[in-house]
Design a protein around this ligand. Structure first.
Ligand SMILES: O=P(O)(O)O[C@H]1O[C@H](CO)[C@@H](O)[C@H]1O
Ligand code: HPA
Length: 274
């Protein structure tokens, strides 16, 4: 579905009409990671269905709420649930909330997700700081007329994830004494999990984690010049030579069990950016 060019401004105006907080940080909470929002001192809350042009959350473990408030004293806007291509939303729709949060004032983005761990050292519950991404969805939210007011026609993607944010997140994991990896996120279309042959291929391509989100959001954020921190939580281990079965509920449960690690890393980055 094509969105009107004004879609994200319309949604931002509807939010501003009820809340005058200018968020500095935008945070997207992935599958099972919604409880992180319990730590936000909430000023206003919106159901996605009440916001103009917003898609509705249909994925398991995605509440479908936008919150404005404070985390560690910093003004934040938080998506409790995101949109995926496999739900039937267009690339533009999956990325639209990023533009809305940018229009509200956010200039830094934290994207989190549940992902399959491809690196043999990974265990369920381990976080991974995303250093780069591979777009294997073969779709792009910037296709169509470019909004020159937002960003360039051909955005640079040489460093989509901010290295300083990543270092701060890793330092928080060291202080917390929990394992933390760093690596490349492969964005898949889904909704099927990958076959053994596909996990093998992803390893060969240099990916350390596989998921079905994040890539369109980060493209939209970089287009708009936002600094990005990305953290995956390993919810299933993808060993092509001994692959167990994976279910959506298992992914959600594993992510929420590990959410305290994510909270420690995200709050450290937000605090350090003062
Ligand atoms: O990336 P998030 O939204 O965390 O969700 C991940 O978990 C779901 C699969 O279990 C897929 O939606 C995948 O992308
Ligand atoms: O193994 C996976 N593959 C794709 N998406 C996922 N989301 C959680 N785990 C996975």
């Amino acid at each position: 579905m094509t969105l009107p060019a004004s879609a994200y401004q319309d949604a931002a105006a509807a939010i501003r009409a009820r809340c005058d907080l200018t968020p500095r940080w935008a945070i997207v909470l992935g599958s099972g990671l919604g409880p992180l929002a319990d730590h936000v001192e909430v000023s206003a809350e919106f159901a996605y269905e009440d916001l103009p042009h917003f898609p509705r959350s249909t994925a398991v473990g995605h509440a479908g709420r936008l919150l404005l408030g404070r985390l560690e004293g910093q003004a934040v806007v938080v998506m409790q649930g995101r949109f995926h291509l496999y739900e039937g939303w267009s690339p533009q729709q999956t990325a639209m909330p990023i533009r809305v949060m940018h229009a509200l004032g956010a200039r830094s983005l934290v994207v989190t997700n549940a992902a399959g761990g491809l690196n043999p050292q990974m265990q369920v519950g381990d976080p991974m700081v995303i250093t780069d991404q591979i777009n294997l969805m073969f779709q792009n939210p910037l296709i169509g007329p470019n909004d020159d007011a937002l960003g360039p026609r051909f955005p640079d993607m040489s460093q989509p994830y901010d290295p300083a944010y990543g270092e701060t997140a890793k330092a928080a994991a060291r202080r917390g004494d929990f394992a933390c990896h760093a690596g490349v996120y492969a964005g898949m279309l889904g909704p099927t999990y990958e076959t053994r042959a596909e996990y093998r291929m992803l390893r060969r391509l240099g990916a350390s984690a596989a998921g079905m989100s994040t890539v369109p959001e980060v493209i939209a954020a970089r287009h708009a010049g936002m600094r990005v921190l990305g953290i995956s939580t390993v919810t299933n281990v993808c060993n092509p030579d001994a692959l167990g079965e994976t279910s959506g509920q298992e992914v959600v449960d594993a992510a929420s069990n590990a959410s305290s690690k994510l909270l420690a890393m995200v709050t450290a980055v937000i605090r350090s950016a003062g």
